[in-house]
Design a protein around this ligand. Structure first.
Ligand SMILES: C[S@@+](CC[C@H](N)C(=O)[O-])C[C@H]1O[C@@H](n2cnc3c(N)ncnc32)[C@H](O)[C@@H]1O
Length: 146
């Protein structure tokens, strides 16, 4: 973001994260990771976006400050705002039954801006005959809203 921001100073990144479990939200707020969790993060990103102490990496305050946290049960409660990108991995399309998957997918799709992307886990799939979202051929797990 700090490379992009100077080129587009009028753009601001808003990130909302949600989970039903307050403990998980507290953990996410701390944004501390062992080196092994960041093995796929490029070294220059690690250096510029994280602060390393005692072998742990914490996301720098300038990035943590962009994130809002919301406790919500995704089965019944999706945020009112619209998003360009929704990441929904390792919950809905792995653990929920198909009617519930369809119900949550409909709610998430409504919250996606036209042209926006829904990203699911690479081993997950959307329910058969899903309409209104098409796979992005260039990126595994990305579905674009028409
Ligand atoms: C397997 S973890 C996946 C976390 C993350 N998406 C990832 O891929 O690393 C599932 C998460 O879903 C949360 N969760 C379980 N049921 C939920 C619900 N009904 N609504 C929202 N979050 C839920 C759990 O607390 C847990 O943090």
């Amino acid at each position: 973001m700090h490379h992009v921001q100077p080129q587009f100073p009028e753009q601001t990144l808003h990130v909302l994260t949600s989970d039903a479990d307050e403990t998980m939200l507290q953990r996410a707020k701390r944004a501390r990771y062992p080196a092994s969790s960041l093995k796929d993060v490029p070294a220059n990103w690690k250096q510029s976006a994280f602060v390393c102490s005692n072998g742990e990496y914490q996301l720098a305050e300038q990035f943590r400050g962009l994130v809002r946290f919301r406790q919500a049960d995704i089965r019944v409660d999706t945020p009112a705002e619209s998003f360009a990108l929704i990441l929904c991995r390792n919950l809905v399309f792995t653990y929920f039954d198909e009617p519930l998957q369809r119900q949550v997918l409909a709610a998430l799709s409504e919250r996606l801006l036209p042209g926006g992307s829904l990203v699911i886990g690479k081993h997950e799939s959307l329910p058969a005959k899903t309409t209104g979202l098409g796979p992005d051929p260039a990126r595994l797990g990305f579905f674009l809203r028409a």
